[in-house]
Design a protein around this ligand. Structure first.
Ligand code: ADP
Ligand code: NA
Length: 330
């Protein structure tokens, strides 16, 4: 039996990924690539919706791809490619935009939040049609499943609606994908503001752990992480968001259960606990960082892997796009 198809991607919106991207996405992708026919994209077309310096965008795209590989996504096992290398993404997005309602797109909460925050004049049409491009990403590969954070769930719902609408109007063309929402314990919060999601686009990076930072710098950030005055290492998201967040990171990186970590640190202070976590983080990220930097040091190999995989992705994407064009009269 052939493997089910899986699609996911991340924007190259920073020089480094953060630990939330690693725990909430990359670690899961690494496991999923064993049981699925997985497509992992660096979505540089999506990144254009924010202002970018061209040379920096190109560098961030490469750096993001290097971090996928360094975290264990294997370009010989998964189709790991850069979105803009496959022109069918933009082409299918155009077609899908013609079957998307204006009001339907306007109901996407991520767009509503962003346009409210920055004002409609500082907002661009690309930000408005972003979910349509995301639908094209997913549908081009006839994806069965799409692992996403819960902030993207609405976009996958739109993708399903568009697939069903197109199929009903023109005949069976697209697989209708299922979202796979990450578990609550895979959600990482800012170390300085532990009720806000850790993000690579956070305004201050004091509470962000970067995959490519010097290990000593990450250790320092952990030692300074916000906790509480109780002094007990105990999981309670409501009353103890800081300590709970650190426990979740600890558990995710070691594969241990939270109660076993609580037991280990029973009767000891936050200082000991943070030192323990800093060691875990440094041990995990040290090698990932070195692999990523080695790939970036000599990018010929990385670029070759991306080119080969872009061809693999194109072959699948062109087949879908050809069907679509056939059906709609192009
Ligand atoms: P960021 O906010 O860092 O720019 P994105 O929104 O681009 O991250 O998300 C990229 C991927 O990383 C998604 O799969 C998302 O679910 C995951 N992710 C991002 N931040 C976190 C976090 N704090 N905790 C868990 N997963 C996260
Ligand atoms: Na982001």
């Amino acid at each position: 039996m052939s493997k089910a198809r899986l699609y996911s991607g991340m924007q190259p919106s920073a020089d480094s990924l953060q630990i939330g991207n690693y725990i909430g996405a990359l670690l899961q992708w690494r496991d999923l690539q064993e049981s699925y026919d997985a497509f992992f994209s660096v979505v540089d077309l999506h990144a254009l919706t924010q202002p970018n310096d061209p040379a920096e965008l190109r560098a961030k795209t490469r750096r993001t791809a290097a971090q996928y590989i360094a975290a264990g996504i294997e370009p010989s096992k998964s189709t790991l490619y850069v979105q803009s290398h496959v022109p069918a993404h933009a082409e299918l997005a155009w077609v899908l935009s013609t079957i998307t309602g204006f009001g339907e797109a306007g109901r996407m909460t991520q767009f509503k939040d962003k346009s409210k925050r920055y004002g409609t004049d500082a907002t661009n049409v690309g930000l408005f049609t972003y979910p349509v491009l995301m639908a094209a990403d997913i549908l081009l590969y006839q994806s069965d499943v799409v692992p996403v954070g819960d902030d993207q769930k609405q976009h996958v719902e739109l993708t399903r609606d568009l697939a069903e609408r197109f199929n009903a109007r023109y005949g069976q063309t697209f697989q209708v994908p299922m979202p796979v929402i990450q578990t609550e314990t895979a959600r990482i919060y800012d170390l300085q503001n532990p009720t806000a999601k850790m993000s690579k686009s956070a305004e201050s990076d004091a509470g962000v752990l970067w995959l490519l930072d010097e290990p000593a710098k990450s250790a320092k950030k952990i030692m300074r992480a916000v906790t509480d005055s109780e002094g007990v290492v105990r999981y309670d998201r409501e009353a103890k968001p800081g300590v709970s967040n650190l426990l979740v990171i600890y558990a995710a990186l070691t594969g241990r259960q939270i109660p076993s970590i609580e037991d280990e640190y029973a009767g000891r202070g936050y200082g000991d606990f943070k030192k323990g976590l800093a060691e875990v983080v440094v041990n995990e990220f040290g090698p990932v960082r070195e692999r990523a930097l080695a790939l970036l040091d000599d990018p010929a190999e990385l670029d070759r892997a991306l080119a080969v995989n872009a061809e693999k992705a194109s072959a699948v994407a062109e087949r879908t796009l050809g069907d679509v064009y056939d059906r709609i009269g192009l």
